[in-house]
Design a protein around this ligand. Sequence first.
Ligand code: AHM
Ligand code: MG
Length: 341
Amino acid sequence: MSRVKTLGQFIIEKQADFPFSKGELSRLLRDIGIAAKIVNREVNKAGLADILGEVGEINVQGESVKKLDVFANEQFIAALSVGGECCAIASEENEEIILVDNAQSKNAKYVVAIDPLDGSSNIDVNVSVGTIFSIYRRVSLTGPGTPEDFQQRGTEQVAAGYVIYGSSTMLVYTTGKGVNGFTLDPSIGEFCLSHPKMMMPKSGKTYSLNEGNYLHFPDGVKKYLKYCQEEDNATRRPYSSRYIGSAVADIHRNLITGGIFIYPATAASPKGKLRLLYECNPLAYIVEQAGGRATNGSSRILEQEITSLHQRTPLFVGSEDMVNKAMEFMQKYSPVSAQQG
Ligand code: AHM
Ligand code: MG
């Protein structure tokens, strides 16, 4: 008897954690898993674009070749629309929310916020990319979802996860009862439980941020960076610098080995670059569930108010001790009062 547990089996088992559930959330997670496998298939053959046809061209099969982020967006929207458990989708790729209004979605309870292919500029150079998703219970009553359904703080997330298309493909998710990771076994086409009950080390020795923006970092980040580079045996400094430029990949590594990821406010992006709804909130929820911490430099990401769909925020996320230390530097050298003044 095989000891492999697939994502599908795991989701069904975990349904018992929600005594009044009728299985809708389980089906929603299953739909996301299916779309992720289709996206994975396309990501894996990205380097073949020259043979099969360039983006925007007609390939040798006579099909037009789409940009992968457009393709990923379409796949997730299709899976979520047909699945019938979701009444609206907010995607990084779409200015407005996408209303799901069909026979299947009539009694749908959930809305989904998604970044279908994050870090997509890394595709051309064969570096890991990811999908990030976040699920909320709708606040509207019936019919297709509304923008208000997405104006909920991150603390209201029912589930969140990411898929990393890396040297192997993994799906990592939480429903608020810990974090579990599943690795895609291509030979059977299933995500299999490989990282049960993921916990982030309390501290680590890796920092990840785009140091090219150094001149425009807040003083608190500049000083923290110097702290990371100082020598100190007790805290295993200097830390190592690792920056992939795909938030999912950087945060996934830090989740496993310990570390901190920072995307602060910069001159080019005074409110930070990453988006609260479909990037920072789901990543923050996962990291917190794994014992880590996520803030905007002064307060908890999950408690930020959502004022617009594509709103940005600075992000400090990772091992608890490291985020706490970075926050100390922010408080001392870049207090909120100075940022507002
Ligand atoms: P994207 O949503 O346009 O792909 O941008 C988000 C990505 C993150 O994955 C990554 O952490 C960050 O942008 C990298 O930005 P930069 O190149 O400014 O360091
Ligand atoms: Mg993105």
